[in-house]
Design a protein around this ligand. Structure first.
Ligand code: DC
Length: 238
């Protein structure tokens, strides 16, 4: 009995406290690359919430739902089974058991996801899913999105809001998309950010207590190091 108690208290002394990290910001700021690298470096789980909104959008498109009809979207919201794998070195997403990682990145889904994710019933369902995943991450988790610090996990230990100039963001995105041109990438990105920031329910926004990091002039490595340091400081203070 005493051995068990001693073992548990020794583990409690040495294991770092679970830490919840929210990383928000518009597209092209390096959220995904930073979040995955920080989580992998610190042994935390990782959740890409944009992938979940893309997954539900993909399901709606595949199932003949008019994504611009909020009432139709709302009635179908509970149907797809969306499962996110939270290993930062190999994150996964399935919809009804089917691997959706590739199809959710198409232009078709990208151009429709803001409409679907503005529907309050969609946000309620996905938010609940995100909270349950964060609650079950034993060592802690890095959750990236648009409303994580403001709505999904307002009690997160650390909130980071990444920004960058529209030019830098468009340049990064067009480097990722084969055959895309800079001007049209910038236009699409600015349009999507405007839609995400102006929706009524849980828009893209910086939480009052978030640390803002402008990544325009920073390398990915510098952003990762900055966020790792911020997490380590929070973890040490817990
Ligand atoms: O991060 P991403 O580009 O894969 O996100 C796709 C869309 O999902 C984004 O345009 C808005 C929506 N989204 C959201 O509304 N809330 C989140 N927490 C994450 C993404």
């Amino acid at each position: 009995m005493s051995t068990t108690v001693e073992t548990i208290s020794a583990a409690a002394r040495t294991a770092p406290a679970a830490v919840i990290v929210a990383i928000d910001g518009p597209s092209g700021t390096g959220k995904s690359s930073t979040s995955k690298a920080v989580a992998a470096h610190l042994g935390l789980s990782y959740l890409d919430t944009g992938a979940q909104y893309r997954a539900i959008t993909w399901w709606m498109l595949n199932n003949g739902i008019d994504v611009h009809d909020a009432a139709e979207v709302a009635t179908a919201v509970d149907k797809p089974v969306i499962v996110s794998g939270t290993d930062p070195t190999a994150p996964t997403i399935t919809v009804d058991g089917e691997d959706a990682a590739g199809p959710i990145r198409t232009q078709e889904v990208t151009s429709k996801v803001s409409a679907v994710s503005a529907v309050p019933e969609v946000r309620a369902r996905i938010t609940e899913l995100q909270r349950s995943i964060a609650a079950s991450a034993e060592s802690g988790i890095v959750v990236e999105g648009r409303d994580i610090g403001t709505t999904v996990l307002p009690d997160a230990d650390l909130k980071v809001f990444l920004t960058a100039s529209p030019e830098a963001r468009a340049a990064r995105r067009s480097g990722e998309i084969k055959g895309s041109d800079l001007a049209s990438t910038k236009e699409a990105l600015v349009k999507r950010d405007a839609a995400d920031s102006s929706r009524k329910t849980s828009p893209l926004a910086k939480a009052d207590d978030a640390v803002e990091v402008d990544t325009t002039e920073l390398s990915l490595q510098q952003v990762i190091e900055c966020v790792v340091t911020l997490v380590e400081e929070k973890r040490a203070a817990k």
